[in-house]
Ligand binder design. Structure first.
Ligand SMILES: *Cc1c(COP(=O)(O)O)cnc(C)c1O
Length: 402
């Protein structure tokens, strides 16, 4: 088996997205299997000692150890790179492994980063707590405000870090404007694209340098495995990221890589259908609760910006039920079909209370500043019939007097 390079890779890159999702990255063994093989092996053997030496010296193609390379993992990396339109990709054990590696591999003591304040809880912890421990300064700003990005820049600013749409308030960040500003100042942008995925939003087309994923979410799409990925230029991945990941070991299991690889084959179908279901459920909820924040509906203050950089708005939105934690928890407890769960990107509809779960670890002022109030709930809309979801929400709202 050989990595897809040269002519093969060029052909793959020219396919349309639906074909790439099914066909790119595939390598077959001599058995000609249709579904990609799962290589559960930690090591590799060599025909002779000289071959082993040549592989370690980088003079011979081939694998040496699964912390460094694995055929199943390579197939996943190739498929994500092709779908992203990126030169290269490396998969990791989780989304947080991807974010941590993407940042730490390129930063050092004395550097400064600017991050959007509306970030996934653990991403916010990286910015607020981990990086400062190593003497890397962080400025956290409202990522919707282009002037705030510009004003936060210092001579030692190395990275802009953000996600869009952002968890859980669904803030939308102007990809073209922020990436353009970064480029003009020689700053590297790292975009967490877990919510939209490359099917709905391709940040590199707007000038992003690095796109990182929790593949646990929409890419797996069925709530089975943890996985992550970092996409970037060949130079960044080979010269900067690889030294970090190979030696620190945030390696994905080949089994998990295989599951995500198969998940990508249905990603487009799922994410478009779930986005459509989210619009239907969102339109119902808008009539029944105080406020919902879904970039796919005109009521979202950044609806036009979202639709100018995304093909659809994805399966996730937040709602404000009014009152506080008591009302929000009561609504969750009254659900009969939708599960109480903090996962997202699943084919099942799931709902959670961010202030007491996903964002529990944040300082209260950071929570309030990010719009995560006690009456806020976040919902992931799945592949169920949206009428059943609406009926479940309707009975739950009625039973708690909303
Ligand atoms: C879930 C998530 C992460 C973390 O990913 P894991 O796979 O859980 O480690 C990072 N960013 C965003 C936006 C997420 O939704």
């Amino acid at each position: 088996m050989k990595r897809n390079t040269g002519k093969n890779r060029e052909i793959t890159r020219n396919w349309r997205p639906a074909t790439q999702a099914i066909r790119s990255g595939t390598q077959r063994t001599e058995f000609g299997e249709t579904s990609e093989a799962l290589f559960l092996t930690s090591g590799y053997t060599y025909d002779c000692a000289e071959d082993a030496a040549a592989r370690f010296a980088g003079e011979q193609d081939g694998m040496t150890y699964s912390r460094l390379q694995n055929p199943t993992v390579q197939m996943l990396e190739e498929r994500i790179a092709i779908m992203e339109g990126a030169e290269a990709c490396r998969a990791t054990a989780s989304g947080m492994a991807a974010m941590t590696a993407a940042l730490l591999c390129q930063l050092e003591t004395g550097d400064h980063i600017v991050a959007s304040r509306a970030l996934f809880g653990s991403c916010r912890w990286l910015a607020d707590s981990l990086l400062p421990k190593f003497g890397i300064e962080t400025t956290v700003i409202d990522g919707r405000d282009l002037d705030a990005w510009e004003q936060a820049i210092r001579p030692n600013t190395k990275v802009f870090f953000f996600e869009t749409p952002a968890n859980p308030t669904m803030d939308v960040i102007d990809l073209g404007a922020v990436c353009g500003l970064a480029k003009s100042k020689g700053i590297t942008t790292v975009v967490d694209n877990a919510f939209a995925t490359n099917v709905l939003q391709r940040p590199m087309e707007f000038g992003a340098d690095i796109v990182a994923y929790s593949a646990t979410k929409m890419m797996d799409g069925q709530g089975r495995v943890l996985a992550g990925a970092v996409c970037g230029s060949e130079e960044f991945i080979e010269d900067t990221l690889l030294a970090f990941t190979r030696n620190t070991g945030p390696t994905i299991s080949p089994f998990n890589a295989w599951v995500v690889h198969k998940g990508l084959e249905t990603l487009s179908l799922r994410i478009h259908k779930q986005s459509g279901n989210a619009v239907e459920v969102g339109k119902f909820l808008e009539q029944r609760v105080e406020k919902i924040l879904y970039p796919g509906l005109p009521s979202h203050p950044q609806h036009n910006l979202a639709m100018s950089q995304m093909d659809a708005a994805g399966p996730i939105f937040s709602l404000y039920v009014g009152g506080g934690r008591k009302e929000a928890h009561a609504l969750l407890n009254a659900l009969e079909l939708i599960d109480i769960s903090n996962n997202i990107g699943d084919s099942r509809s799931l709902m959670c209370h961010p202030a007491s779960t996903t964002h529990y670890g944040l300082a209260e002022e950071s929570r309030i500043e990010a719009g995560i109030t006690e009456d806020m709930l976040r919902i992931n809309i799945g592949l169920e019939d949206p009428i059943d979801l609406i009926e479940d929400l309707d009975q739950a709202l009625s039973s708690v007097g909303l």
